[in-house]
Design a binder for this molecule. Structure first.
Ligand SMILES: *Cc1c(COP(=O)(O)O)cnc(C)c1O
Length: 485
């Protein structure tokens, strides 16, 4: 394809994308395909001779679209949102065009410098304490990671190295292996599975501390776990607190956890993957009270802030903790300027070497929506969740299972888990809307998450009516089945 063809096909692709998103409501939100559906639809090996673009695009509709779960359908209420906006998509095109690999300042100065500044912008708009910002000579700073999972792992690895070095200096008799073997990290039992995974990858034992009746991790429970583990000779190193848990959007108590972590020399990482976007609205910032105690903080603009995947924002108070932990400097990556407030080499802040120019997406979105536009967007989703909450509350067959603060409603039919599983199955079999469940305690629960950028009250109303009708159907069937002849 030459540039002339690209001009033409590029414009066609923009039209295809705009049509897809404009008409997404007419596509079934969840696909009908069975596992393995795709292999018989395309050849067994790559073509010898090049094919035409037209043939490929035909196959997009024939092969790909029937197997797509349409995350941006306004009938998609599963998981948490994944962001999508036109400014972010345009910026991603440009990112692809520049196609630089910004592992060091010199490898593409704009890529590095825009990222540092965008993370400062973003930190400021969500009200992060000054210490997390880079400024021109701050000790902190932000970096774009691919996912929250990577951010948690980076924080844990940095904590592991920091503690190992401290203990080796204090006790020259200890071996590094011995120290790591005795390390323990903590999260609540509501933490995302990626936190447990970070423990597995890093080789640091990860313990789940029981959350309270509101699914929040409290100081007392952490204190108890710490005392028990220390008495047994373990070395506590790290706590991952969650703001906005995946199951129920509960908030760990940073005001209680923070001072404990600080006084015990534990690295406090805050995972606000979903909820972090809401802090752009001042009225939700009370939810991150105590963030000043944290060593690192992470949220996903790619979830709820209109920046398409992948864009996970990660800040540390002391960049030296990251750089100190992961710095390796082969000759082929060196250049004249030294790392300073002005020169950042992001390869020391992440696991891979290569990195895309992802800050362009943030820049485009922050500028085109403005803080006000993004606040309006968050508030609209919160209002829609409240609307759904009211529907559920007005139907006495249902119960609400967790506090509704942002865009997630956890609800269930009063009754058994089996009943609720049947309801969810009915919903997802019909594929008019899409939901996923969670478990809270021993209860099976349905999660209704406001997701799509284009979701409106009529979609929420439709979803509720649909759920309500299926519940009626289920309860009547149940009544029939229960009747003894
Ligand atoms: C979604 C989510 C994650 C995982 O996010 P990735 O960016 O996909 O790794 C982690 N923590 C919480 C609380 C989440 O909601």
């Amino acid at each position: 394809m030459n540039s002339e063809e690209f001009r033409k096909k590029g414009k066609e692709m923009v039209d295809y994308i705009a049509n897809y998103l404009e008409q997404i409501e007419s596509r079934q939100v969840f696909p009908d395909v069975e596992p393995g559906y795709l292999r018989p639809m395309i050849p067994n090996s790559a073509p010898e001779e090049g094919e035409t673009y037209e043939d490929i695009m035909k196959d997009v509709e024939r092969v790909i679209m029937p197997g797509v779960t349409h995350w941006h359908s306004p009938y998609f209420f599963a998981y948490f949102p994944t962001a999508s906006s036109y400014p972010a998509m345009l910026a991603d095109m440009l990112c692809g065009a520049i196609g630089c690999i910004g592992f060091s300042w010199a490898s593409s100065p704009a890529c590095t410098e825009l990222e540092t500044i965008m993370l400062d912008w973003l930190g400021k708009v969500i009200g992060l304490p000054e210490e997390f910002l880079a400024g021109s000579k701050g000790e902190g700073g932000g970096v774009i990671q691919g996912t929250a999972s990577e951010a948690t792992l980076m924080a844990l690895l940095a904590a592991r190295t920091k503690v190992t070095r401290r203990l080796l200096a204090e006790n020259p008799d200890l071996s590094e292996g011995e120290i790591v073997h005795r390390m323990v990290a903590y999260s609540s039992d509501q933490a995302h599975s990626s936190v447990e995974r970070a423990g597995l990858i890093s080789g640091v034992r990860m313990k789940k501390v029981q959350s309270d009746e509101n699914y929040e991790l409290r100081g007392k429970a952490l204190r108890k776990a710490l005392e028990e583990d220390k008495a047994e000779g373990f070395i506590p190193v790290f706590v991952c607190a969650t703001l906005g848990t995946t199951a129920s959007c509960s908030f760990d108590n940073l005001m209680e956890l923070g001072p404990i972590c600080n006084s015990e020399n534990l690295w406090l990482h805050v995972d606000a993957a979903y909820a972090g976007s809401a802090f752009i609205c001042p009225e939700f910032r009370y939810l991150m009270k105590g963030v000043e105690f944290a060593d690192s903080f992470n949220f996903n603009p790619h979830k709820w802030l209109l920046v398409n995947f992948d864009c996970s924002a990660f800040w540390v108070k002391k960049r030296s903790d990251l750089i100190g932990a992961f710095k390796i400097d082969p000759v082929y990556l060196q250049y004249d300027q030294q790392e300073s407030g002005l020169v950042t080499d992001y390869r020391h802040w992440q696991i891979p070497l290569g990195r895309r120019f992802r800050s362009l997406k943030l820049w485009f979105v922050l500028r085109m929506y403005g803080v006000k536009g993004l606040q309006d967007y968050i508030r609209k989703h919160v209002r829609l969740a409240q609307m759904f909450l009211d529907f559920v509350k007005n139907d006495e067959r249902f119960e609400i299972c967790a506090q509704v603060i942002l865009g997630l409603v956890c609800f269930r039919l009063k009754g058994s888990n089996a009943l609720n599983k049947s309801l969810l199955q009915k919903i997802n079999n019909l594929k008019k809307i899409h939901l996923v469940p969670c478990c809270l305690g021993d209860k099976f629960i349905l999660r209704f998450a406001v997701c799509a950028r284009t979701v409106e009250p009529n979609h929420v109303e439709f979803a509720w009516k649909h759920i309500e009708e299926l519940a009626t159907e289920l309860l009547t069937e149940g009544g029939k089945n229960n009747k003894t002849p």
